[in-house]
Design a binder for this molecule. Sequence first.
Ligand code: MLT
Ligand code: MN
Ligand code: ZN
Length: 287
Amino acid sequence: MRVVVLGTAAGGGFPQWNCACRLCVACRAGDVPARTQDCLAVRADDGWYLVNASPDVRAQVLATAELAPGPGPRDTPLRGALLTDAELDHTMGLLMLREGGGLRVSGPPAVLSALGTVRDTVAGYGSWDWSATPALPGLTVSTFAVSDKKPRYAAASTEPGPWVVAYRIADPATGGALVYAPCLRTWPDGFDEFVDGATCALVDGTFFAQAEMSGTGTSTAAQRAMGHVPIDGADGSLVRIAKHPGTRWCYTHLNNTNPVLDRRSPEYATVRDAGVAVPLDGDVLTV
Ligand code: MLT
Ligand code: MN
Ligand code: ZN
């Protein structure tokens, strides 16, 4: 199975347009590589599927030769998208894809419900298929309920969860399996078993530390409200990752405050020394 890591930043991207924090300034100066909002492309038997549709999807497709259109003037190898949640950084790209007819989009029922306006909007451009059951021809997809964390725009929704899921995509031809979990509020019960034996797992690396947004002009309360397990600390993800040495681990969905963005930082060294990768946009995984 071929997987292109199209984007690796959290909502807002890196640098974020309205942010002048130390890291965003270093990025604009060319000292730290820029990143688009997290999204994957996975190759199935009938073409490519996105896992999440970031607001940067147009630039991501243009940067990826395998996603180029053709041979017919409006042929595209893109067949659809799987959604892990309804957050804007994972769904706004659907509107950018409106010129493509016949895409198949799947996600949990609460997510499809929250996207009602997007679905109605896209319906005016082309007929898409929306389904609660993910299907990638030639691959096996399993879904893990991560949390009931709702996007802020859907705070009043009474839809039952899950609002956030993780996917495990297995390739029977290679025996390989990939786990994608860019939004983890905590390390959920049962997630260790879900990941067990996976070749590769890309997980939430939004924040390195519990209170990293204090001191950047944004607050610790704002960070807590965003609801992402930090990398570091006794309740962090790194100690949980250490229990699965057979899996190739990667952090994605990096917030612009995360010092791991800068490979010269001690925090990056901590992650690297634990054997965890921090892929850049455009990196390819073979699973
Ligand atoms: C998140 O990951 O917490 C959300 O995407 C935040 C946002 O709205 O950008
Ligand atoms: Mn996000
Ligand atoms: Zn910033």
